[in-house]
Design a protein around this ligand. Structure first.
Ligand code: BG6
Length: 468
């Protein structure tokens, strides 16, 4: 897109996205239970970049007030974080008073600073004791999640306006159960789809509990509930074959339509379920499930967008591990890459998602709930005064915002933008390898915060709504 300045609507909001497990640290304080990240860190710390496990987060808990002030000083008006299930509840499923106190204080602090908090209930952080009872493969755990969600709604109902059931529910089925990259390193496509199905039920049960709590007056009158996922229209090669288009249909079906149909229609895409069944993959369905799923409709949606998905027909029906293949990656020869992360940069993907949503789910309101650029060895990019010169980040965000502005002009119901992660944070197994922040966290200097060059640009955009 041409580089001329554009304007986002006055009521378009700017904020920061983060999560509990990637920032809080204090992994054993206040009665917090182990989650899978703590368990994996204990089991094999060498799996984590530079041996930095889940323990420290980015020191947010100790610097909470300072960090919130920092976000506010950048012109942001909202932030998203997640409650850690393993902090809020004890092993018997009761509210852990110290965990509740932790979040009450956080929300009060944010209110005092003038930041609206968006609360997500689950960010890849299964409590380990529940994983040992089957995790997302178990109905008992699905029900335990619904119980956790109820307690969260009723404990913080008068403090929080924006609730989300899950962040990127497609990721655990992929990372933990299909490609085996995350603990417990399973490679089983059918189990992955069962997990995806059970998370969908958990989402719908949580929405049901939310509506009941609202009905009873336990929530703010203007509160809303949503789901956050990573979305991108799948692209394929030019002049695709029927088999390439079939790969697009199934990728779109499993990764996008599955969730979009759930949150707008309260059902799952039948064509996807039929194709899975035709390959012997049966979901663990029960007669009462359709009614549960019908409660999955939300008030709005969060779209995390980092990169597009490009697929083509798979070379074989199953891979070398016996995993059914419905598509395989297609490398677009013209792709522009973020080499640190290995992700393609394609800002137009947001526009394409916006238009698809406008046309196929016209009532759905949404916001960009994550977008960001993680770069390795930013310490090498410091100027003589020690400030990281991250012009690439400005360029990345500018181009995405330009496409968002154009999408809004063309009728998209996109209400705001949260950047991931305004302050550098811990990135799972990559730990602090790739830095996303507009603000550096200096691990060599006691986790001190230092704005990067891009921070001033962010502030200008967030306060003027002019992108240039
Ligand atoms: C999103 C997640 O998928 O991407 C975040 O919601 C994550 O938790 C972010 O940190 C960036 O990905 P990564 O793997 O580079 O940290």
């Amino acid at each position: 897109m041409a580089q001329e300045s554009c304007r986002l609507p006055d009521d378009f909001f700017f904020g920061a996205a983060m999560s509990g497990p990637q920032t809080e640290g204090r992994w054993r304080d206040g009665g917090k239970l182990e989650n899978l990240w703590d368990t994996w860190s204990n089991l094999n710390i060498t799996d984590f970049h530079n041996r930095v496990g889940s323990y420290a987060g980015n020191d947010f808990s100790s610097r909470r007030h300072e960090d919130l002030e920092l976000l506010k000083s950048l012109g942001l008006t909202s932030m998203r974080t997640s409650i850690q299930w393993s902090r809020l509840l004890d092993a018997d499923g009761n509210v852990n008073p110290e965990g509740a106190k932790y979040y009450h204080e956080l929300f009060a602090d944010a209110r005092e600073v003038g930041l609206e908090v968006f609360v997500n209930l689950y960010h890849f952080d299964m409590p380990t004791h529940l994983f040992r009872r089957g995790g997302w493969e178990s109905r008992e755990v699905v029900e335990a999640y619904a119980h956790y969600a109820t307690l969260a709604f009723r404990t913080f109902g008068k403090e929080i306006r924006h609730w989300f059931t899950f962040n990127e529910p497609i990721v655990e089925p992929e990372q933990r159960y299909t490609n085996g990259e995350w603990y417990p390193f399973i490679r089983n496509y059918a189990r992955a789809r069962a997990v995806q199905y059970n998370i969908s039920l958990a989402h719908a049960l949580a929405v049901r509990e939310y509506r009941a709590a609202k009905e009873e007056g336990c929530l703010l009158d203007d509160s809303r509930i949503g789901l956050i996922n990573c979305f991108t229209p799948p692209y394929t090669r030019e002049n695709p074959s029927d088999a390439d288009l079939e790969a697009v249909r199934m990728t779109d079906g499993v990764c996008n339509r599955w969730w979009l149909d759930l949150v707008t229609r309260g059902e799952l895409p039948q064509d996807v379920i039929s194709t899975l069944a035709s390959r012997g993959i049966e979901l663990p369905r029960r007669p009462e499930d359709d009614l549960i799923l019908s409660d999955g409709k939300v008030d709005w949606l969060g779209c995390n967008y980092y990169h597009p998905e490009r697929v083509q027909a798979p070379a074989a029906d199953v891979d070398e591990n016996g995993i059914p293949q419905f598509a395989q990656p297609y490398v677009w020869p013209e792709a522009e890459m973020n080499k640190s992360r290995g992700w393609e940069i394609y800002p137009q993907g947001l526009y394409d998602f916006a238009m698809k949503t406008r046309d196929e789910y016209p009532d759905l309101e949404w916001f960009v709930s994550e977008n960001g650029m993680g770069i390795e060895r930013e310490d090498l990019r410091k100027d003589e005064s020690g400030v990281i010169q991250d012009d690439y980040r400005v360029d990345f965000v500018r181009r995405h915002l330009e496409w968002i502005a154009r999408a809004i002009q063309d009728g998209a119901k996109c209400r705001g933008y949260h950047y991931w992660a305004v302050i550098d944070n811990w990135s799972w197994a990559n730990a602090f390898k790739n830095r996303y922040g507009f603000v550096e966290v200096d691990l060599e200097d006691g986790y001190n915060r230092r704005p990067k060059k891009s921070a001033a640009w962010l502030k200008k955009v967030a306060t003027t709504h002019v992108v240039d």
